[in-house]
Design a protein around this ligand. Structure first.
Ligand code: SF4
Ligand code: SF4
Length: 314
């Protein structure tokens, strides 16, 4: 077990990063009961993204229109209100918004929210450790997700080291599009990688995520060769990767890897599209159907050939 000296720990614990959610009692992000910490910033642009508030590396404004009571309190405090024709709230993502977040404090209905809170390693770990007894009883721990957590590499390393020094089980949920050296740095501090595999056909991967899968696959083999514990996470997106040929290509890959302990199939759902609208982003280019449970059972059966447990969900 790697431990740091007092000076190095002091530097790491004051490292700051942008966190957009800390989810307690998570049972879908690794073994047992866990706390999942979501870090901002992602190099991919998946057409079906379930966490669009994690894509940008900067703070953003969210407006949940369905919670808005049209009270006007947000407009009263907004420094750009005169520049934007009224009378309703200034939409999220407005080009003139200066992201002062005064409207978030003014809104009593929770319709205005801030995506991305700057926190130190110590602040995050203080929240995480509040549930330590649940981790101990259930075999759980802490999971760092996003976005892509390696995007905030120094912050992630600080969090992993703090987790290790507190004796917590640590998991990292990664898209794998990460410089190799960062993965190698993190290896001694990560008990489990939740590793996303989306599409094996590279041209299709570029079309739907914006990047090639070459580095992602190389990094997966690197972790596999290093004996890291890996759970593969595969989003199942209708008409993107659920054809027999697309599924078979992923099954073949998984069957060749020796360090994969579990496969999680994540059915597409449309929550990401709603969240995008709340951020003021348009995501109309790709439209997908929700996955039927019967169809997911068929997909699950295909993955049984790999010979490891296959779960639908996290
Ligand atoms: S303060 Fe909140 S509830 Fe009131 S108008 Fe603005 S967004 Fe709607
Ligand atoms: S965050 Fe944007 S919309 Fe909200 S008060 Fe500030 S400038 Fe206005």
């Amino acid at each position: 077990m790697q431990r740091l000296g007092a000076n190095a720990l002091a530097v790491r614990s004051s490292q700051t990063g942008l966190v957009f959610n800390i989810q307690k009692y998570s049972v879908n992000d690794g073994p047992g009961i866990r706390t999942t910490v979501f870090l901002k910033g992602c190099p991919l642009r998946c057409a079906w993204c379930h966490n669009p508030e994690g894509i940008s590396a900067a703070q953003e404004l969210i407006w949940v229109k369905t919670r808005c009571t049209s009270c006007g309190a947000c407009r009263n405090v907004c420094p750009i209100a005169d520049l934007v024709p009224g009378p309703g709230p200034i939409p999220a993502g407005h080009e003139k918004c200066v992201l002062c977040f005064k409207c978030v404090s003014a809104c009593s209905s929770g319709a205005r929210q801030m995506a991305g809170r700057e926190m130190t390693v110590d602040e995050v770990m203080d929240e995480v450790r509040r549930d330590q007894m649940f981790y101990e009883d259930s075999g759980g721990g802490v999971t760092f997700s996003g976005g892509e957590p390696f995007r905030q590499h120094k912050f992630l390393m600080g969090l992993l080291e703090a987790g290790r020094n507190k004796g917590l089980h640590t998991a990292v949920d990664t898209c794998g599009f990460v410089p190799k050296e960062r993965l190698i740095d993190a290896l001694p501090l990560v008990d489990l990688f939740l590793y996303d595999i989306k599409i094996m056909d590279d041209a299709k991967h570029v079309r739907y995520t914006g990047v090639s899968n070459k580095l992602i696959l190389e990094n997966l083999w690197l972790l596999d060769g290093a004996g890291a514990h890996i759970w593969l996470r595969i989003p199942i997106i209708p008409e993107v990767n659920d054809s027999p040929a697309d599924l078979e290509a992923i099954v073949q890959l998984a069957a060749q890897l020796k360090s994969v302990q579990q496969i999680n199939l994540l059915p597409y759902h449309s929550i990401g599209a709603h969240k995008s609208r709340n951020l003021g982003k348009c995501r109309e280019t790709f439209v997908f159907q929700e996955m039927e449970p019967a169809r997911m059972r068929e997909v699950q059966l295909r993955f049984r050939a790999v010979g490891v447990p296959v779960r639908v969900g996290g």
